[in-house]
Design a protein around this ligand. Structure first.
Ligand code: HEC
Ligand code: HEC
Length: 390
């Protein structure tokens, strides 16, 4: 910590950082999240590769002769497979709510669907572009499924019998593309096997969709840390409460560590100081909380958590020694002279975080938890700290 007095204002450059996480972002312990992510992987692999699913979710555009971009909708992902009998005219009418448009020319040929739950005829139409499966990686599709189905029950219901609606899934497993008399080409796994995969994913999440959209789709952790850098004259406490997410940019090589970076939450800096002079004594006290969103990217660029498959971790709790990423804030201060007490506001800037690079192993019960032991001593200063991720 550097303390300077410039033109009557004490400028204090201090190490600290603090965050407050959005609660409920993901209440699942990391082990469950990882289980959920790996339970979703075979679902992703199945739906994006299975023609009986993906052809209706973007793979086939029945309105053009050749697969590729749709001249009427150039922004959508180009289709991959030609429609068997060639292009079918677009003829659409609004549905009962006036929202979606329904294809009404399809059932003339696609007349061999499994019936709806109430025994009435199902209607054949492709999934809307926002529900395409094309070019979607597992986290993206996982979030889409959570968002579009809304609940675990509804999701599984969709796999079982489309919750009683148009029987897309049952028809897919019949393999006839919904066309009466067409030689069936059923999916690579059984309907029961897909339902089982769906249930295993839900079970891995504890039986229901939890937390925010990405919870159970991409690993995230709530990471907290506290660092206290003190001497007999001053102390700087930095507290962080951050949501760390798997960083896609760090694209871990297979077998390499998972890399997490802080994405939201807050960092709080708490400062105290007490500077005795010859005839006076100056004191300062204050704290400030910064949201991650409000900090410049470079302030947190070095913060990183790496997690190995065997449970070893390395965490970097460092804020670079450059005050620019941190906004200046004012600290209440006063100087006490024999006869008067004078206010002495101070402009304060965060400078660096003292915890540095730490490593350990994930505790199966408590997750990641560690502390600086022994504390770091630098001349008159002592740095203590602890961190936890769950
Ligand atoms: C006949 C076309 C058709 C087929 C075949 C089809 N779907 Fe769909 N699917 C749709 C439509 C349309 C919707 C959106 C309307 C709805 O939910 O009923 C949808 C919605 C979904 C949803 C919920 C929304 C989303 O994208 O997250 C899931 C999950 C889903 N389908 C999975 C599948 C799977 C798995 C298969 C293959 C076993 C499949 N679909 C086969 C047309 C189809
Ligand atoms: C003239 C008859 C006919 C009409 C009309 C028709 N289709 Fe098809 N469609 C077929 C046939 C036949 C297949 C199977 C092609 C194959 O797999 O060899 C097919 C396949 C599909 C597939 C791929 C399904 C899969 O599981 O691979 C989709 C998607 C599709 N049609 C959508 C539509 C939509 C949407 C409409 C209405 C706009 C429509 N079709 C109208 C005959 C038709």
């Amino acid at each position: 910590m550097k303390l300077r007095v410039i033109a009557g204002v004490v400028t204090l450059a201090l190490p600290s950082l603090l965050f407050a996480a959005d609660k409920g972002a993901c209440p699942l312990p990391l082990a469950k999240q990882l289980k959920s992510v790996s339970a979703f992987a075979p679902i992703h692999k199945f739906v994006v590769n299975e023609p009986r699913c993906v052809n209706c979710h973007g793979g086939v555009n029945p309105h053009i002769d050749e697969p590729g971009p749709d001249p009427d909708a150039p922004d959508e992902v180009p289709s991959r497979v030609a429609h068997g009998p060639g292009a079918i005219d677009r003829f659409v009418v609004p549905d009962a709510q006036g929202r979606r448009t329904m294809e009404v020319t399809c059932n003339g040929c696609h007349d061999g669907m499994a019936p709806r739950g109430d025994g009435s005829n199902s209607r054949w139409f492709t999934a809307p572009p926002f529900l395409t499966f094309l070019d979607k990686d597992a986290p993206t599709l996982c979030k889409q499924f959570k968002r579009a189905t809304g609940s675990a029950e509804h999701f599984v219901g969709h796999l079982v019998d489309d919750n009683g609606g148009n029987a897309f899934t049952k028809t897919a497993f019949a393999g006839n593309r919904g066309v009466e008399g067409l030689e069936p080409i059923p999916p690579s796994i059984s309907h029961a096997a897909l339902i089982r995969l769906g249930r295993e994913w839900i079970d891995a999440m504890g039986g229901e969709f939890k937390g925010d959209e990405s919870c159970g789709c991409e690993p995230q952790m709530r990471g907290k840390f506290t660092s206290l850098d003190s001497s007999s004259l001053d102390s700087v406490k930095v507290t962080g409460d951050l949501v760390w997410k798997l960083d896609p940019q760090s694209g871990a090589p297979p077998g390499g560590p998972m890399v997490f970076k802080p994405k939201s939450g807050s960092i709080t800096v708490e400062l105290k100081f007490n500077a005795p002079g010859i005839a006076s004594r100056c004191e300062g006290l204050g704290s400030k909380t910064f949201n991650v969103e409000s900090l410049s990217r470079s302030a947190l660029r070095l913060m990183k958590l790496e997690l190995e498959e065997d449970g070893r971790y390395r965490v970097m709790l460092v804020i670079p020694d450059n005050p620019d990423p941190f906004p200046t804030w004012m600290l209440d201060g006063k100087c006490v002279f024999p006869n008067i007490v004078a206010p002495a506001p101070m402009a304060v800037k965060y400078i660096s975080m003292a915890l540095g690079k730490q490593q350990g192993a994930v505790d199966p019960e408590k997750g990641i938890i560690g502390e600086l032991n022994p504390p770091i001593r630098r001349g008159p200063r002592t740095i203590t700290g602890h961190w936890s991720f769950e």
